[in-house]
Design a protein around this ligand. Structure first.
Ligand SMILES: [Zn+2]
Ligand SMILES: [Zn+2]
Length: 311
């Protein structure tokens, strides 16, 4: 954890207290203590409706509603998956777009027809795709910090073959979630923003040998492996080693390629870097049991078709 992150958490707590609404984050359904130690309260929850090249949508649940990240699914799919996770589509307060690739935005035009919340994207992103150009986006610059529904959203630049891609960090009352996908490298901004988050959603797109021996044309392989492409399992593993701190409770592998990867390979790579033991022989998840009353660290994989919740 960096000094900046500690300062951020304190500032946010002080901010809420100063407004007399220090309890804005009190509705946490799943808060659990860890062996009586002073772990931070879980104010935020991460729901991955689906993650991968066929569609991306995640939801951060805060004390005053839901923040949707990308929408690459049909309205029907989004609502079905939200209901599967016990979420209500009417609680979505804002939709933030990370970049304009279709697997992240294909559902937005239809979604926005019956959406009263705010549409947010980085400058240049709405104009980069025709279907988004006419929608009432509020734009920001990568690096800007936005307040949405009692949650502070910090944006940071990623590296990808689009106009102005971003990753996101969410803070509320000392709790934090970070999400970083569709980037060829961990940028300095990502490194600063993601260090020590409680829940780290990190792209683990491809296994390099599978990519290089797979059926994708060489040019596409090169694009995926480039610094404006996607993070490999090895890159995700070394990033996880660097970013995870004692307060981190979960690392979720995101945007796993169905063609050039397996969830178990992503989990194995990240678990190996963190010293976590696989939970079963399938390697679908892993756990690092920590001494000294610290919370266990879990490694999981998000898929394309089955929504999951991280409490
Ligand atoms: Zn994508
Ligand atoms: Zn992309």
């Amino acid at each position: 954890m960096t000094d900046i992150d500690e300062t951020d958490a304190r500032d946010h707590r002080g901010h809420d207290a100063a407004r007399g609404n220090g309890a804005v984050c009190e509705d946490s359904r799943g808060t659990r203590g860890h062996r009586g130690t002073p772990t931070l309260q879980r104010r935020l929850h991460l729901h991955i409706l689906g993650s991968g090249s066929k569609g991306n949508c995640a939801v951060v649940e805060g004390p005053a509603g839901l923040i949707m990240i990308d929408d690459g699914f049909s309205r029907k799919q989004v609502i079905e998956r939200m209901h599967e996770l016990d979420l209500d589509e009417d609680d979505v307060r804002a939709l933030i777009v990370t970049h304009e690739h279709s697997d992240h935005v294909s559902g937005i035009a239809v979604w926005s027809r019956r959406f009263g919340g705010e549409l947010l994207a980085s400058a240049g992103t709405p104009e980069a795709r025709q279907a988004l150009g006419d929608l009432p986006f509020t734009t920001f610059m990568p690096g800007d910090v936005i307040e949405i529904a009692s949650v502070r959203v910090s944006t940071f630049p990623t590296m990808h073959d689009v106009v102005n891609p971003v990753g996101l960090r969410f803070d509320c009352d000392g709790d934090s979630i970070g999400i970083c996908t569709d980037t060829g490298v961990i940028t300095p901004g990502a490194r600063r923003a993601l260090a020590g988050v409680r829940v780290l959603g990190l792209e683990s797109n491809h296994d390099i040998p599978m990519l290089r021996t797979g059926r994708y044309p060489r040019a596409l392989q090169d694009r995926i492996a480039s610094e404006r492409g996607h993070l490999s399992n090895d890159q995700a593993a070394s990033a996880a080693r660097e970013l995870v701190s004692e307060r981190t409770e979960c690392v979720v592998a995101l945007h796993i390629s169905q063609e050039n990867n397996r969830p178990s390979l992503a989990v194995r790579a990240i678990a190996g870097a963190l010293g976590a033991a696989l939970d079963d022989e399938l390697g679908s998840s892993a756990t690092l049991e920590r001494a000294g009353g610290l919370p266990d660290l879990r490694v999981r994989a998000a898929g394309q078709n089955r929504p999951i919740s991280i409490w």
